[in-house]
Design a protein around this ligand. Structure first.
Ligand code: ADP
Length: 442
């Protein structure tokens, strides 16, 4: 037993012995030792009960305990309880301070933060930015259903997808439709979700400006280029034979510039449209047209096969699809050495979707380049691309067109063996081929 505890018990028991001894002595003097001793013992028990009662009352009333004085067992018990209570209070204060700091931090964020109860989808808490961005006001929207509070934003279905909800990249603010928001749903616990809304108006405006700038520059360049190209075509090399190679190069470069401008304009147009102008796209004539274009470009240098195994049509924008498939086929022709094989296959998939594949026996593309191939102006070999009249925008156009059609581009390639570019459309884009179109001339 530690010394302090030994002292405590010695002190307590000696006090008891002293009281009882004094009572016994007084009893002997008065000639009633035992009743005096019993009375003193009863008084001690009563005193203990009084202290116990006092302590229980203070604990039950959750009263702040007072700093104990004295050295007996009760005082030590009081001291232990006092210490426990003080520690609990200090911990609570620390937690409260932390909570306040977190709340102040969330409140000060420039993005709107809304805590939602998962099952009822009611608003539990929101920060200051939620008022100007989302129009949430306290206490009106506290515990209000989120979808109703953020009308007219179409949130019901988005919230229903919960954990799988894709971020809404460009949603109009319910307060001011000119303010564009990026909305994200983060289910951060089993019961609670977080809705984050960020004002992306400036970013989107910059993006619009960039798009408009590229479109305007391309548009402005188109006319002077056409004029220059026209004059170059008119120049006869026979008049100055020493200029013939120069003239040919100038014609080739102006042709390349014109193609670049056309591709940039196509990209701008695709970027500006949210969805394709859906129409039935008869695939038999489209495939026949692709074959003709490829043969014209190849000048008989390649074996070109077109296999139409799917026997269905597509739903989408005919002009854009033709341009996307045409780009893939033109790449195959341009990059495959003479004598190579090029195959276009239109195939049905097991899930009802279709794939248009362009396969070549060209040089192939090292795997490291594949993820970046569809970026604008990304080229594996710049010289080969320029030599063959490439603009570096072909695959970017393909990716955009497919994106608008909800389709994906898959590229597989093996160096020295060839490449396969697959455009994968899901079943919603597949139409039964109409008999009149099957019969129409290819
Ligand atoms: P480009 O106009 O330069 O062909 P693309 O966007 O169409 O631009 O293609 C990007 C790059 O991908 C090309 O520069 C080329 O290096 C590579 N590439 C595209 N198609 C093929 C192919 N069929 N075989 C080998 N490389 C290819």
């Amino acid at each position: 037993m530690p010394r302090a505890a030994r002292n405590l018990w010695f002190h307590t028991l000696s006090r008891l012995a002293l009281v009882l001894g004094a009572a016994l002595l007084a009893g002997i003097v008065l000639g009633q030792p035992w009743p005096a001793l019993a009375l003193a013992a009863l008084a001690v028990v009563a005193w203990h009960y009084v202290r116990l009662h006092g302590l229980l009352r203070r604990l039950a009333a959750r009263q702040r305990l007072s700093e104990p004085r004295g050295h007996d067992a009760w005082s030590v018990l009081d001291a232990l309880l006092y210490r426990g209570q003080s520690e609990r209070r200090a911990r609570k204060r620390r937690l409260l301070d932390m909570l306040r700091a977190y709340r102040a931090m969330a409140a000060a964020l420039p993005d709107a933060v809304v805590v939602i109860e998962r099952n009822s989808q009611r608003v539990l808490w929101f920060n200051q930015a939620a008022t100007p961005l989302l129009g949430l006001h306290y206490p009106r929207h506290h515990l209000a259903p989120l979808a109703a509070a953020l009308q007219p934003l179409p949130l019901a279905q988005w919230l229903a997808s919960g954990r799988n909800a894709e971020p809404m990249r460009d949603a109009p603010s319910p307060v001011d439709p000119a303010v564009r928001l990026d909305l994200r749903l983060l289910p951060y616990s089993d019961e609670l979700w977080l809705l984050l809304a960020r004002d992306v108006s400036k970013l989107l405006r910059l993006e619009d400006m960039r798009r408009d700038f590229v479109a305007n520059v391309s548009h402005e360049l188109r006319t002077p280029l056409t004029v220059i190209h026209g004059y170059l075509e008119m120049l006869e090399p026979e008049e100055k034979p020493e200029w013939a190679p120069l003239l040919a190069e100038m014609q080739r470069q102006s042709q390349r510039m014109a193609q670049l401008v056309e591709d940039l304009l196509t990209l701008s147009r695709l970027e500006a449209s949210a969805a394709p102008q859906d129409e039935p796209v008869p695939m038999a004539p489209l495939l026949a047209g692709l074959r003709r274009d490829a043969e014209a470009l190849s000048h008989g240098r390649h074996r070109i096969h077109v296999i139409d195994a799917a026997g269905v049509d597509l739903l989408g924008a005919a002009r854009d699809l033709h341009s996307a498939f045409g780009n893939l086929l033109s790449n195959a022709v341009r990059y495959t050495p003479d004598g190579g094989d090029i195959e276009v296959r239109f195939l049905r998939e097991a899930d009802g979707g279709v794939t248009l594949q362009v396969r070549d026996s060209g040089p192939g593309i090292p795997a490291a380049h594949l993820p970046r191939l569809a970026e604008r102006f990304y080229r594996v070999s710049t010289s080969r691309s320029r030599e063959t009249g490439g603009t570096g925008l072909g695959l970017a156009i393909v990716k955009h067109v497919l994106g608008l059609h909800g389709a994906q581009l898959h590229i597989t390639s093996s160096v020295g063996v060839g490449s396969t570019f697959s455009c994968r459309f899901d079943a919603s884009r597949v139409l039964a081929r109409s008999p009149s179109l099957v019969a129409s001339p290819a």
